[in-house]
Write a protein that binds this ligand. Structure first.
Ligand code: S3P
Length: 431
């Protein structure tokens, strides 16, 4: 039987909190530290299930890693120091783990197999297999290369010029990792800018990149150098607290040390445009990433908005929680060009539309997005998480702002990206 989490309405959110480290940056820190020369210390890394899957896989390939408090020490084995794993590499629920490692493993001198849970085994992999094959990779997947498991015979790769058909940081990062091993230059162009954590961390660890608007170029053969890496708090995790505080009148929340990389800040920019009362303080840079503190006050009147094009990759993971906020805005919120949401951990367009409709929202599902007519209220009811952490957390915030009791079925999936979510929420909820 699945477990149930009961949410009762909150009056407001109040307090000062810090959140777990950024998930995307933690994955990259673990991978790059493993193939770096020398020791890295990763401070504030995120111990969610996704990042633990990445760490476990690297350990299976000979990486020595030790943990002390919130620090992870990794002994890098250099570009060519990984060992052939003796078993299938389990990426669990993590698309980032599978796609980034597909690039890395394509260039190793050994055979490997990447698999994952039933959600990950339904996610599209042609997007990494096609360009990797052009680089010379020997990689195959189920249903003629569409789905995991992926079976990889490491080969010698060559640099290519590649234009991504859709903006994807996972695909771009997969190719950048492969490019570190390739002969010559690899040039990757995106239709819109996706998150650039890999580029920033590679530069921070001493690998030279040429970046010109939507194109990034890297020369093969240069090994990153191990360093101390501080991981900022996860803006995607902060989004649930920001939304809760924006929606509940009289809220006052401060979130410390949150990553504010411009390629990730779309959610804050959109809320500001909708009229929310949010201030960014103490903006600074550490280890090549921007971070700061965020202050949110509740109760501002929100207006519906049109979100499309280049804004979508800047807030791709925050669209379910934005849909919750839009239910309380005046007028229509229209989200377009977001078909990618249909191939995340679950079909997030379908899932959030179905569950918010159950709560009384007026939502129209489109092929590449959703239209939300703000009605100013939601009614509590029983909702499904679809075993998707972002759907579960978005519905919990919806439950805090709704009338009556909300129940979330199977909330354990939150452990994927936010261990301790409920405890942190309890610290700030006033009812
Ligand atoms: C991620 C990139 C995004 C995002 C995912 C994490 C990353 O996926 O949805 O949660 O760490 O690179 P795409 O780049 O495939 O859109």
């Amino acid at each position: 039987m699945s477990s149930l989490l009961t949410i009762t309405p909150a009056k407001f959110l109040k307090g000062e909190i810090s959140l777990p480290g950024d998930k995307s940056i933690s994955h990259r820190a673990i991978i790059l530290a493993s193939i770096a020369k020398g020791i890295s210390v990763i401070r504030g890394w995120q111990r969610g299930k996704d990042c633990l899957a990445t760490l476990n896989i690297l350990k299976m390939m000979g990486i020595e890693a030790t943990e002390e408090k919130d620090e992870l020490f990794i002994k890098g084995r250099g570009l060519t120091g990984l060992k052939e794993p003796t078993d299938i590499l389990n990426c669990e629920n993590s698309g980032t783990t599978m796609r980034l490692l597909a690039g890395l493993l394509s260039a190793q001198g050994f055979y490997s197999v990447l698999s994952g849970d039933s959600s990950l085994r339904r996610r599209p992999m042609r997007r990494v297999i096609s360009p990797l094959e052009r680089m010379g990779a020997k990689i195959s997947g189920r249903e003629n290369g569409q789905f995991p498991p992926l079976s990889i015979i490491g080969s010698s790769l060559k640099g290519i010029d590649y234009s991504l058909p859709i903006a994807s940081a996972q695909v771009k990062s997969c190719l950048l990792l492969a490019a570190l091993y390739a002969r010559g230059t690899t040039s990757i162009t995106e239709p819109y800018r996706s998150r650039d954590h890999t580029e920033r961390m590679l530069r921070f660890l001493g690998v030279n990149l040429e970046i010109d608007s939507l194109t990034v170029k890297v020369e093969g053969g240069v090994s990153p150098v191990g360093k101390e890496i501080s991981v900022p708090g996860d803006l995607s995790a902060a989004a649930y607290f920001i939304a809760g505080a924006v929606l509940l009148n009289k809220s006052e929340v401060k979130i410390l040390n949150v990553g504010l990389n411009p390629t990730r800040r779309g959610f804050i920019d959109v809320l500001l445009q909708m009229g929310a009362d949010i201030r960014v303080l103490n903006l600074r840079e550490e280890c090549g990433e921007e971070l700061g503190d965020i202050e949110i006050k509740g109760g501002a009147t929100l207006e519906g908005i049109l979100i499309r094009g280049e804004m979508i990759p800047r807030m791709i993971d925050e669209i379910p929680i934005l849909a919750v906020v839009a239910c309380f805005a005046r007028g229509k919120t229209v989200i377009k060009d977001a078909a990618e949401l249909r191939v995340k951990e679950t079909d997030r367009i379908k899932a959030i539309a179905a569950e918010l409709c159950k709560m009384g929202a007026q939502i129209e599902e489109k092929r590449d997005g959703i239209i939300i007519e703000g009605t100013g209220r939601l009614k509590g009811c029983q909702c499904q998480s679809y075993k998707d952490h972002r759907i579960a957390m978005a519905l919990i915030i919806a439950g805090l702002a709704a009338e009556g009791k909300t129940e979330i079925v199977a909330p354990e999936c939150i452990e994927t990206s936010f261990p301790g979510f409920e405890d942190t929420l309890r610290k700030v909820v006033r009812d």
